[in-house]
Design a protein around this ligand. Structure first.
Ligand code: 26Q
Length: 822
């Protein structure tokens, strides 16, 4: 239907037919949700043909495949993105228009597939898009959570978490593959025997609990190349099925109980971002999807190949942080216990197959499992980890004789814990950071011992984002304008966007660029009016911070500065001040007290400021509820200023920063993560940089921190703002509402160091940078140049570039051409 040329009438008829067969209704009678389903099924048919053609082409090419193992895939909506990548978005929009259906309304019916928290999960989704677009054989492997990232409601200024029942209406873009189900075993004990025939040790797991893993495949459509890759997510069910005689014997309840226990494994995504929580169920989730994925991948390999010792020639496994690191001992187990390899052979395969990406230097995010929990849940896996550790420590002692301090730092098993990062580094053939600065910090600080022992493993892969979702789909006005100016090559080769640079000196082009920004601001203002009931002026500066809520990301610094501005405006009403709309979007992990208090503070400041008629609407504060991929697309398109204000050294890369840049918003930020590389691309004169450097931060940290009291007592304007946390200004007189935040700055009670994230230390520098933003914006000619330069210089930050680097340095894949499946 969509091959060669899109056949509009056929498509329209298919949608009508679908509405009739699915719902026994006419187009006019159908609800928007039913129309979404009908349109999606029409699109799915076409995708599925290409999907099978792709798998056939891969099979024939016998191509090496990357398996991207991740606990998170933050996919967002599929329909619009699939249409974009099939290059039929406009045709379908037109066809639906003729039927009196608005494609935007249809797209809004689709729930986000929010199987992830934030950066790490969204990166996985961008990588899948790039892999398919670049013709690389790839699988994403993960979990089909029954409930994804929670929906956020704001009630009385507080965050409330509501379960995300994303599968309620059914998911048109998935395919259940019962025939590829795999058994996964937990617990029990290991008995070992000698095989009388071979004399080899064999390990027999007894008294275990079994769960059946059932894969659901979701198509990943490449851009304009007929490639459809697969995201395979696993569902769980009990292995004992209902038998009639069991009902009679009263085993009904037991059967139901087993089913519930199995289902619990995939029930919900842990909503922690950059924070480890050592829950047994989390470890079960990890082993569950890893064991199932590895079994499936080995079975697939063996269909065409008989020597599993050469697995690494056709398979590479990328571990998205340490969360999938149990893949290392599980692959060893499968190779030894199931495939009959000896230890050396299995280790050779494993260490040539597995690679590890590190996404954080935050100590609290490091995965460490209590040995008693780990060994009880995964007894055979634990034996293998012990052996990996034992053999590794022999090497360490060889290299550093008498240096037991090294052993203590580098061991996998230490102080009653299994340290997953150490295992990933020891077994992986590649260890990569996600931005240049981050990789440098890994090498010189966090992972220094490992870097010194095995420098050849370490490499950098600066993150990227897909321009297909975050420009072609999210900002159609700008996308069309760019295509008009430089052609559409940028869609699959973002380096071409540099061709916009000459237009920066073209006044007409700049005016057009700013008009598009304005229209996108109007679109966002409408969204804000509908969702928050707040009127915002699209002529004001849209200053945006959207990302997970975390202390190191310093939303607190942003809101303290807003409180400071408000004081200034109140005190000096005559002061010149360019109208500003501060926009926030952020979810806090459900148990993260200070993060939740920050959300309440933002909403309270919004309430006071937005309702103060005396400031003439110069300042508005908006907290966008339920920030997620779908509304992010609207937000980036409408932003003037990109707030990237993490404490230097803490944000491994950031990827939101790149999405703002792509959409023409200059960065107001610290020299952290990928901000450093953004500044390098766009030029320091086109960014607003402030604050301590990562070196300075690390220096303070290594010398016991700094004393925030020195600043507090010497900067009365700042002191006043901090005191307002406690004096009831933003809490209807309640003096306790923000005491945790207050204490985090000045440490009167808490066990942490005072102002661990250097908020007071960086405050003045931040306020200065904000002043520079205002000055720059006042000069609309200057600003339009600066804004256009962002888009023109963002070529490096496509995930296509990132993927090509992974392929060249780590994965060594070949491109496979795929014919149309039509
Ligand atoms: C670990 C154990 C138990 C429960 C949860 C977790 C957990 C879950 C999610 C730990 C960490 C995460 C997420 C981390 C993350 O998103 N990191 C971000 O990764 C991005 C992509 O590389 C970077 O751009 C960000 O800088 C980094 O913060």
């Amino acid at each position: 239907m969509f091959s060669k040329r899109f056949e509009k009438e056929t498509f329209k008829q298919t949608v009508k037919d679908n509405i009739r067969t699915l719902y026994r209704k006419t187009i006019e009678e159908a609800t928007p949700q039913q129309l979404f389903q009908a349109v999606s099924y029409a699109v799915k048919d076409v995708i599925f043909d290409d999907w099978f053609a792709t798998q056939k082409a891969y099979d024939e090419a016998d191509a090496k495949t990357v398996y991207y193992m991740s606990m998170e895939f933050l996919m967002g909506r599929a329909l619009g993105n699939n249409l974009i990548n099939m290059t039929v978005y406009k045709d379908v929009k037109e066809a639906l228009d003729e039927m009196g259906i608005d494609l935007n309304v249809i797209e809004d019916q689709e729930p986000d597939a929010a199987l992830g928290n934030g950066g790490l999960g969204r990166l996985a989704a961008c990588f899948l898009d790039s892999l398919a677009t670049l013709n690389y054989p790839a699988y994403g492997c993960g979990i089909r959570y029954r409930y994804g990232m929670f929906k956020q409601k704001i009630e009385n200024g507080y965050q409330k978490e509501v379960p995300d029942d994303w599968l309620r209406e059914g998911n048109p873009f998935e395919l259940r593959r019962e025939e590829y189900a795999k058994e996964v075993r937990f617990g029990g004990n290991i008995r070992f025997e000698k095989d009388p025939a071979t004399g080899k040790d064999i390990f027999i797991q007894e008294n275990y609990e079994s769960v059946l893993a059932i894969p659901y495949d979701m198509p990943i459509v490449g851009y304009g190349n007929h490639v459809v890759n697969t995201l395979r997510v696993w569902d769980a069910k009990a292995i004992t099925d209902f038998k009639l005689d069991e009902f009679d014997r009263g085993n009904y309840h037991k059967a139901v109980e087993q089913e519930n226990l199995a289902k619990l494994i995939v029930d919900v995504l842990y909503p922690n971002d950059n924070h480890y929580s050592g829950k047994e169920l989390r470890l079960k989730q990890q082993y569950f999807f890893i064991s199932a994925s590895l079994q499936a991948l080995i079975a697939k390999y063996k269909k065409k190949h008989d020597d599993v010792r050469k697995l690494y020639e056709k398979v590479v496994i990328q571990m998205n942080d340490t969360h999938p690191t149990v893949a290392v001992p599980e692959l060893m187990r499968l190779l030894i216990d199931q495939e009959g390899l000896n230890w050396e052979e299995a280790w050779d395969v494993t260490t040539k197959t597995c690679a590890y990406t590190n996404h954080t230097i935050m100590a609290e995010a490091l995965e460490k499992w209590p040995i008693d929990l780990f060994s009880r849940l995964l007894p055979r896996i634990y034996q293998i980890v012990q052996e990996i550790d034992r053999r590794f420590l022999i090497k360490v002692r060889e290299m550093y004789p008498g240096n037991e301090h090294k052993v203590k730092k580098m061991a996998i098993l230490m102080d009653g814990q299994v340290r997953m990062a150490n295992m990933a580094i020891i077994a992986g053939f590649s260890v990569n950071g996600v931005a240049r600065l981050h990789t440098d910090i890994l090498k010189t600080q966090q992972l220094r011992d490992f870097y010194e022992m095995m420098p050849e493993k370490f490499n950098n892969k600066t993150n990227g984002i897909t321009q297909r979702r975050f420009l072609a789909h999210g900002n159609p006005l700008l996308a069309d304008w760019i295509t008009d100016k430089i052609g559409d090559g940028w869609i699959t080769d973002l380096s071409q966007i540099a061709k916009l640079k000459p237009y920066v000196e073209d006044e007409t082009a700049r005016r057009e660029f700013m008009e598009i920004k304005y229209k996108n601001k109007v679109r966002l203002a409408k969204y804000i009016k509908e969702h928050n009931g707040i009127d915002v002026d699209p002529r004001s500066i849209f200053d945006v911070q959207v990302k997970r809520l975390h202390e190191y990301k310093r939303q607190f610094l942003n809101i303290l500065h807003i409180m400071y501005l408000y004081n200034q405006i109140k005190e000096h009403p005559e002061m010149s001040f360019y109208p500003r709309t501060f926009i926030f979007g952020a979810k806090a992990a459900a148990g993260y007290l200070r993060a939740k208090e920050t959300i309440k503070l933002i909403n309270s400041v919004a309430e006071v400021v937005n309702n103060d008629r005396s400031i003439n609407g110069k300042l508005k504060v908006v907290f966008i509820e339920d920030y997620r991929v779908s509304n992010a697309e609207l937000i980036f398109a409408a932003a003037d200023v990109s707030e990237q204000i993490s404490t230097a050294s803490k944000e491994a890369s950031g990827t939101g920063n790149m999405k703002f840049m792509l959409n023409g918003a200059p960065t107001l930020g610290t020299m952290d993560g990928a901000n450093v590389e953004i500044v390098q691309e766009v030029g320091a004169e086109n960014a607003f940089i402030f604050g301590l450097s990562s070196e300075e931060v690390i220096n303070y940290e290594n010398n016991g921190g700094y004393n925030p009291q020195d600043i507090y007592f010497n900067d009365w304007e700042l002191k006043r703002v901090v005191d307002q946390l406690m004096d009831g200004t933003y809490s209807h007189g309640d003096h306790n509402m923000y005491k945790n935040l207050y204490n985090s700055l000045l440490n009167t009670q808490s066990t942490d160091k005072a102002d661990m994230y250097f908020i007071l230390k960086d405050f003045r520098s931040y306020a200065d940078a904000q002043k520079r933003v205002e000055e720059a914006y006042r000069d609309q000619q200057r600003w339009s140049r600066m804004a256009m330069m962002q888009t023109a210089c963002c070529g490096k930050f496509s995930s296509d570039r990132t993927i090509e680097e992974y392929v060249a340095d780590i994965w060594h894949l070949e491109k496979v051409e795929v014919p149309s499946g039509q």
